[in-house]
Design a protein around this ligand. Structure first.
Ligand code: CA
Ligand code: CA
Ligand code: CA
Length: 559
């Protein structure tokens, strides 16, 4: 974080003596925020008194556990190292210092500390979700040695690596499936066919998608080129154990499990299968982190948490149709805070150790900038506050931190265009497409230079989370009402420690709130996240806190 070079404090720092002019102010850059005690007692406007940045001077500590600010990249779209217009491992390595330089208290890096790459295993499809070989990497991205180097370079910087693992389906080009088909065509169902969902033609009801092989069918919900694994077969479980061990032994820290919603079928209990996989992975690597894509409703997600999996993506808060964007329209922050707390209660009842996985969008969804664009940069910053200040792990889709927008919305490829490190769009082709326009707010380079950029706002959020480990690790225990539905506030608590997170959902009006000792004793602003200017920091004065439009604060007891 850049330091504010000169901050004038128009109040006496000691003895309660009040100065009225600004000329005799004193520079204060030591990081101790001005508070109600030391600031003006004359009831003057907060705007007349500069407050030093509450983030300055507080130590940020790198995470060593599973609680992370995760960065998702669409592997082929991040950075191309050899000019073939396909992003690759060496390209990612060359940009790791942008993600995290290894020191949470220094540098021009974003500060994320886990990396989820979309599938890297060989596949004909550009997205690689149809796996042709589970034990290699796609030549488009490099070699296994390049991948090992990437893992090593990530670990040097304190970045965990999350491997995108597809266990629901396989590519119809995968040799194991090709061999199984040959056997099935000869009527042999007790060999390699047992790995997959081969059945008599009338086994499935008409609403289940299948592909025909000889006299039999194989379940294939996603595409005729993606037949599904038989998840109750012992043969499959042996194979999956080998696959998990192969990648965990190579140093990956966890798996993002694709399409877990489809683990359930006519004869497989998805929760039981996932429980087996969680236990298998923990047996190989004790502190492995698992996050699943269960793109469904809260009730099914709660069921799936009973498998013991660490995380499942909280889809209800994400996407242009989710709670975060929806609440920007209604400005009903009070209701948003209740949803945060009630989601927490529901999921922790299913798995007491669950870690929420919150995000705004991913590679399957229209970029969030498309939904926020008409509301302005302040709204993009505010949406970032809303998910990143929820307990659990945050997942930031590459380019979201610089406001990258999908130019069109008629195909997934537009949400997967190359990362803009500079003002020019890089030469990477995604399913044949190139980015037709330059990034609206500039690339990484331009935004690092602008103190009020979206990128610097994201950096600020991550710094605050590393300064206050409770945000990720605590539980949202309940909402706090301020008798104003446009204010959304909730507590985060753990082991007797307590923080209060407050958001002002009004896009144009500031809110003055009373912060009382029954909320937080000896309250102090630990961090503020402002929509327009990042320079006018907030402080509680005489029990009052004035929050600008689309701003958020973290409040705790005086340190
Ligand atoms: Ca390349
Ligand atoms: Ca750093
Ligand atoms: Ca399935």
């Amino acid at each position: 974080m850049k330091k504010i070079l000169s901050i004038l404090l128009c109040a006496a720092l000691a003895g309660g003596c009040v100065l009225t002019g600004c000329g005799s102010g004193e520079s204060k850059t030591d990081g101790s925020a001005a508070t109600g005690d030391e600031a003006s007692k004359d009831g003057g406007k907060a705007s007349a008194e500069a407050v030093s940045d509450p983030l300055e001077g507080v130590k940020a500590t790198a995470s060593t556990d599973k609680y992370r600010n995760v960065y998702q990249i669409f592997t082929q779209s991040f950075c191309d190292s050899n000019g073939d217009e396909i992003g690759d491992f060496q390209g990612i390595i060359s940009k790791l210092d942008y993600l995290n330089d290894g020191d949470p208290n220094k540098g021009d890096d974003l500060g994320v500390d886990a990396l989820w790459m979309t599938p890297i295993t060989p596949s004909e499809s550009y997205h690689k979700y149809s796996v042709e070989n589970y034990y290699d990497v796609d030549a488009d991205f490099g070699t296994l040695e390049d991948f090992d180097k990437l893992v090593e370079e990530c670990h040097k910087r304190g970045i965990n690596v999350i491997f995108d693992l597809v266990l629901n389906h396989i590519s119809n080009k995968n040799p194991l499936f090709v061999e199984a088909c040959e056997e099935v065509k000869k009527g042999k169902l007790d060999g390699k066919a047992e790995y997959f969902e081969f059945h008599e033609p009338d086994y499935y009801s008409a609403d289940v998608n299948t592909i025909q092989v000889g006299d039999y069918v194989c379940e294939a919900n996603f595409s005729p080129t993606m037949p599904e694994w038989n998840l109750t077969s012992e043969k499959t479980k042996e194979e999956f154990t080998r696959i998990a061990k192969f990648w965990l032994d190579r140093g990956v820290d966890g798996f993002r499990l694709d399409a877990v919603k489809y683990f359930d079928n006519k004869h497989t209990n998805g929760v039981e299968f996932q429980k087996w996989f969680v236990e298998t992975c923990c047996g190989i690597k004790k502190d492995v982190y698992l996050v699943g894509e269960d793109w469904t409703n809260d009730l099914d997600i709660a069921d799936m948490y009973e498998s013991g999996i660490d995380s499942l993506f909280a889809f209800r808060f994400s996407q242009s149709s989710g709670d975060i964007i929806d609440t920007l329209s209604t400005a009903n922050g009070a209701s948003f805070a209740k949803k945060v707390a009630s989601y927490e209660k529901k999921m922790s009842a299913a798995n007491a150790d669950y870690i929420n996985a919150v995000f705004l969008s991913n590679h399957d969804q229209i970029r969030i900038a498309n939904a926020l664009e008409s509301r302005g940069l302040e709204a993009e910053k505010f949406a970032a506050n809303l998910y990143m200040l929820m307990p659990g792990n945050s997942f930031t889709y590459y380019g979201e931190e610089i406001g990258m927008k999908a130019p069109y919305t008629d195909s997934d490829k537009w949400y997967r265009l190359p990362m803009a490190f500079d003002s020019d769009s890089p030469k990477i082709r995604v399913d044949g497409a190139v980015a037709p326009e330059a990034p609206k707010y500039g690339g990484v380079k331009q935004q690092l230079e602008d103190r009020n950029s979206l990128l610097n706002h994201y950096r600020r959020l991550i710094t605050a989370k590393l300064q206050n480990p409770l945000i990720a690790r605590g539980r949202a225990t309940g909402a706090q009402s301020f008798d104003d539905k446009e204010v959304g506030a909730y507590y985060i608590e753990k082991d007797g420690e307590k923080l209060l997170v407050i958001h002002n959902f009004n896009a144009t009006a500031e809110k003055t709130l009373s912060i009382t000792s029954d909320m937080i004793a000896d309250a102090q602003v630990y961090a503020d996240f402002l929509g327009s200017s990042e320079d006018n920091h907030l402080a509680i004065r005489d029990g009052k806190l004035t929050m600008p439009p689309y701003s958020s604060v973290i409040i705790g007891s005086k340190r």
